[in-house]
Each structure stands twice: as structure tokens, then as C-alpha cells.
Design a protein around this ligand. Structure first.
Ligand code: GDP
Ligand code: MN
Length: 378
């Protein structure tokens, strides 16, 4: 789960890190109201769960109220990397003297967190990483001991020889480490961490990625989930205990088991198609789950055909068939449905489907089903 800047900054605040004073607004009116509590100049910042907002025109300085309203008008509703901006963060601007990159990321290969820091922070950090990798210092941490004070001090001095600033940097790194550890993050990043022209430290941007598998022990973070940026179908699927990921293709997939779902998507691609989703109805699939799965798949207007691919183990094919019969009775199915059911109670399922005369396109092998679904999607 990715925390959006304004949420990550709330976490930063709790850990005593310096963040600019500000507020979140969902409309120009809310910006107008909130501005009375701030001093100018201010920054208007698009709140979307993607980076590179500065380069996309989603971060703008404003010198007075009129200017702020004009810039908020242009940012609210704009699209950044395909995501519509639903809210902005308005903060008092800082006078930037120096931009520094501070980050901790899970390095899967090292099986440990890695601290990365650079005195050349800011919006071009990717460029720095590519063309000047020596400007980025890396330190692999012991996953049990974590970041030690002496290591933080050393990194601080690498970034800035001035003792006062080095101390700010090392204390910030230690706080960032505590945030990373306490939230079960896979990434915690400040880019840029700023020293103002007056020498004051400030976390101008904030990013935290929390490991989804650890969310069960962070109900407070789970509760922060921003519904403005969640896919409604993915949320519905989650509530029904289905694993669903929306994709951009035209072939809806309804499969049991994550491995089979992956293999099904591979086959669809092999036959020149693009899956519209990943969907795993799970092991013990009741007719209810099949109905839910179809309603989620059909909510996507891009879907041109559906491939139901079931390998009955714990899942019983007759349960799936029952679900399908109910789907066709209760829903309007506007696309062809290719069905391949094999395994437990397969005979019985076949009989049920034959008797109910559903307009299904049968497939006897997984490849045949994938090929048909691709052809029918056009
Ligand atoms: P990102 O582009 O999505 O990473 O958004 P950031 O929050 O990092 O902002 C991008 C850039 O905007 C920063 O690197 C700064 O150069 C600039 N910026 C953001 N806030 C301020 C501010 O308060 N004052 C000034 N002068 N520049 C800012
Ligand atoms: Mn940034």
C-alpha cells in the first residue's frame, strides 16, 4: 500500500520530522478557506499515488491568494500518469538552499534494507542514479540491528561536512529507519530533504510503501486507504475475498488458483490477446463467488470476452456450474463466455450445463479455451 504524500507526512510528523505547515483540499473553495491559516508564498501540490508530479506540472508555487486559487484550479482535475487529481496539499513554501535525497528500500537480493543517500536530491535523482552513480551512497543494513547511530552519523557527514547539518541528517535518517521498521515498509523516502537558505531542515516530499502482507498488523495504516484513488472493482473483490487486479486488455479471466490464473494470462498473451484482469476465485469457490467474479469482470467496459478456466481440486466443478447458471439467470451477459472445467465433479458440471442450455462456448483444453477467448474478443 502506497501512502500519498499528505499521509506519509502525517507519519513523519508523529516521528518528529520537520514538515511544512499545510492542509489538504478537495476543491478550490476549500483552498480559499484554508489559506487564511498559512503564510505566503505557498506550494500547491497534486496528491496522487505517483511520483514525478513536479515535472508533470502538479507542483506549483504561489505568491498570494489569487495566485494560489488560480494554480489550485489548474492542478485539481488534471491528470498525472493517467490518474486524475482529486485533492491538493497546500503548504507554506520553503526557500530551498539544498536538496538532498534520503531513502531506505528493501533490497530483495541482499535480503536486507539498504539506505541510499545523495547530496544531489530533487526531481532528477533518477538521472543522477543513471549518469553519476558515485553520487549516491549506499549502505546495506543488518536486518536485525537496523540502522545504528554511528552509521547514520557517517552518512550524515558524507552528505554534508558541516557538523550542525550532518547532525540533522543523521537524526533524520534514524527517524526514517524507525518509520521504515515500525510500519513494515518496503520503501521510506524523503526527496527532497531540504536545508533552507536560512539553514532550517524540512522534509519537502514524503513517500512510504507498506508491505501489503503486513497490513493486517497495521489497522491504523489500512484505515488511511484513500478511496479517491482505489479501483472500486478491486475493493469490491477484496471485500468478497477474491484476488483481483485490473489490467488493460479485453479478455476477462475467471480462474481458480493464482498459479493457474497467471498461466491463463500467459496463454492469452501467447495467442495474441491481452487479459482485462487477473482474477482468482480461490480454492473453495461457492456459486456466490462466481457471481461476484462475473459482476466485477463485467463492470469493465473494455471486456469483449470472458474465459472461465477452472481446475477442480478442492473447488468443485458443479459448484462453479451452479454459479454460472445463476449468473446467466440474474445478469445480462453481453459478451461470449468460454468455459473450460476439469477435475472434481467435472461430469456432473457438464451435465448441469448441458441441461440448462447456457450459451457457453466449451473448451476441452486450456489452450483451446484461451485461443477461443482471444478470437471472440476480436
Ligand atoms: P515530486 O516531483 O512528485 O517528487 O514532488 P516534490 O514534492 O518532490 O516536489 C518537486 C520539486 O518541487 C521539489 O524538488 C522542489 O524543487 C519543488 N518544491 C516543492 N516544494 C517546494 C517549496 O516549498 N519551495 C520551493 N522553492 N520549491 C519546492
Ligand atoms: Mn519528490
Amino acid at each position: 500500500m502506497k501512502l500519498i504524500e499528505y499521509q506519509a507526512k502525517e507519519v513523519f510528523r508523529k516521528y518528529g520530522l520537520p514538515v511544512q505547515k499545510g492542509f489538504v483540499a478537495r476543491s478550490v473553495d476549500e483552498v480559499r478557506t484554508g489559506l487564511s491559516a498559512l503564510e505566503f508564498p505557498v506550494v500547491i501540490k497534486a496528491q496522487v499515488p505517483v511520483g514525478g508530479r513536479g515535472k508533470a506540472g502538479g507542483i506549483k508555487l504561489a505568491k498570494d491568494a489569487a495566485d494560489a486559487l488560480e494554480k489550485a484550479t489548474s492542478i485539481l482535475g488534471m491528470e498525472i500518469k493517467g490518474i486524475r487529481v482529486k485533492k491538493v496539499l497546500v503548504t507554506e513554501a520553503v526557500d530551498i538552499g539544498k536538496e538532498i535525497y534520503l531513502g531506505i528500500v528493501q533490497d530483495r537480493r541482499a535480503r536486507a534494507p539498504v539506505v541510499m543517500v545523495s547530496a544531489e536530491g530533487g526531481i532528477d535523482i533518477e538521472e543522477v542514479a543513471r549518469t553519476k552513480p558515485e553520487a549516491i551512497h549506499k549502505l546495506t543494513l543488518d536486518p536485525v540491528w537496523g540502522l545504528q547511530a554511528f552509521q547514520a552519523r557517517e552518512l550524515g557527514y558524507k552528505l554534508d561536512p558541516d557538523p550542525q547539518r550532518a547532525k540533522h541528517l543523521s537524526q533524520t535518517l534514524l527517524a526514517l529507519w524507525r518509520i521504515y521498521r515500525d510500519t513494515d515498509a518496503t520503501l521510506a523516502e524523503i526527496n527532497p530533504f531540504v536545508f533552507t537558505k536560512q539553514g532550517e531542515p524540512s522534509c519537502v516530499d514524503a513517500k512510504i510503501l507498506v508491505d501489503d502482507s503486513a497490513l493486517f498488523r497495521h489497522p491504523d495504516i489500512e484505515a488511511m486507504r484513500d478511496m479517491d484513488y482505489e479501483n472500486p472493482q478491486e475493493q469490491e473483490a477484496k471485500a468478497s475475498d477474491l484476488s483481483f487486479v485490473k489490467l488493460d486488455g479485453r479478455i476477462g479471466c475467471c480462474v481458480n488458483g493464482a498459479g493457474l490464473a497467471m498461466a491463463t494470462m500467459d496463454l492469452i498473451k501467447h495467442f495474441g490477446g491481452e487479459p482485462a484482469n487477473f482474477l482468482d476465485v480461490g480454492g473453495s469457490s461457492s456459486p456466490e463467488k462466481v457471481k461476484k467474479a462475473f459482476s466485477i469482470i463485467l463492470a469493465d467496459p473494455n471486456v469483449r470476452s470472458i474465459y472461465l478456466n477452472i481446475f477442480g481440486g478442492i473447488t468443485r466443478c458443479d459448484d462453479i456450474a451452479q454459479g454460472l447458471i445463476e449468473v446467466f439467470k440474474e445478469m445480462e451477459i453481453r459478451v461470449p463466455v468460454v468455459a473450460r472445467l476439469t477435475g472434481t465433479n467435472e461430469e456432473r458440471a457438464r451435465q448441469m450445463l448441458a441441461e440448462s442450455k447456457l450459451p457457453l462456448i466449451p473448451a476441452s483444453t486450456m489452450s483451446e479455451g484461451a485461443r477461443k477467448a482471444v478470437e471472440l474478443a476480436g
